[in-house]
Design a protein around this ligand. Structure first.
Ligand code: 16G
Length: 244
């Protein structure tokens, strides 16, 4: 069999494995040696098949670590105010979260300006790992006013929706949010939490959310996996200038 035919054969076989529903983004492919033994072909053939899959964006490689499955990125539309849970459900993905920390912390000058509160008011801090279809997507650190923290703290369990609790337990009606996106680098501990199979560069998003009375109801700083997200924005010629 010519080498190109063998390459196509291996490529097709790997593709059907990648397309299986149980295959997750970030799953590690066997090593080139193992693949060679499984398909009874040379390493050159395996490398050719992997290169083609990489060109098509179906796998990504990390030096010294191997090749990983790449599933479609989540396109987060930056013009609608939704929660992570709503966002994932709309995409037919299973939302999930694991609480990493929740506690009342002293207010800092930074938090007092973001939450628009005085420095003598403690702040409720909630740190969560967010998951979609059981695979890690982001680390979110959320700061809330003390009264909100007190009402929701006992209901906050893994998987609970913060926005739902804020609506049901505190009667909060959210209206809009100010969001920023910048590029940063994951700390080692964050990278480990996100599964270690993602790039170290991350999208850092901050969100300051306001209710219908223009009160700030949360300030959140999140680190999103850069291999799982892209951010879509609607640009409108008719919109007045914001000046910011
Ligand atoms: C989103 C929000 C975050 C909010 C969370 C609530 C961004 C950048 N952030 O992740 O501010 O706290 O949803 O999600 O979109 P939940 O209701 O599922 O807990």
């Amino acid at each position: 069999m010519p080498r190109t035919t063998k390459t196509s054969y291996v490529q097709e076989a790997l593709l059907s494995e990648i397309n299986r529903p149980e295959t997750q983004h970030g799953d590690c492919l066997p090593s080139e040696r193992e693949l060679g033994e499984r398909f009874h072909v040379s390493r050159v053939v395996i490398r050719g098949a992997l290169a083609r899959l990489e060109e098509e964006g179906l796998i990504y490689r990390m030096q010294g670590k191997g090749a990983f499955v790449s599933k479609n990125k989540v396109n987060q539309n930056a013009s609608r105010l939704t929660s992570f849970t709503q966002d994932m459900l709309q995409r037919n993905m299973k939302p999930g979260s694991k609480i990493l920390a929740k506690e009342f912390v002293p207010c800092t000058p930074f938090l007092s300006s973001k939450l628009q509160i005085t420095r003598d008011e403690p702040v409720f801090m909630l740190k969560r790992l967010r998951m979609a279809d059981d695979s890690p997507m982001a680390i979110e650190v959320c700061f809330l006013r003390e009264w909100i923290g007190k009402r929701i703290e006992e209901h906050l369990v893994d998987g609970a929706s913060l926005y739902q609790l804020m609506a049901e337990k505190c009667g909060i009606k959210m209206k809009y949010a100010m969001q920023t996106i910048e590029v940063g680098t994951l700390e080692k501990i964050e990278w480990e939490l996100l599964g270690q199979n993602c790039p170290r560069c991350t999208a850092i998003i901050t969100r300051q959310t306001f209710d219908v009375d223009n009160n700030v109801v949360e300030f959140v700083e999140s680190r999103y996996r850069s291999d799982r997200y892209l951010f879509g924005m609607l640009l409108d010629m008719e919109k007045p200038e914001s000046g910011a």
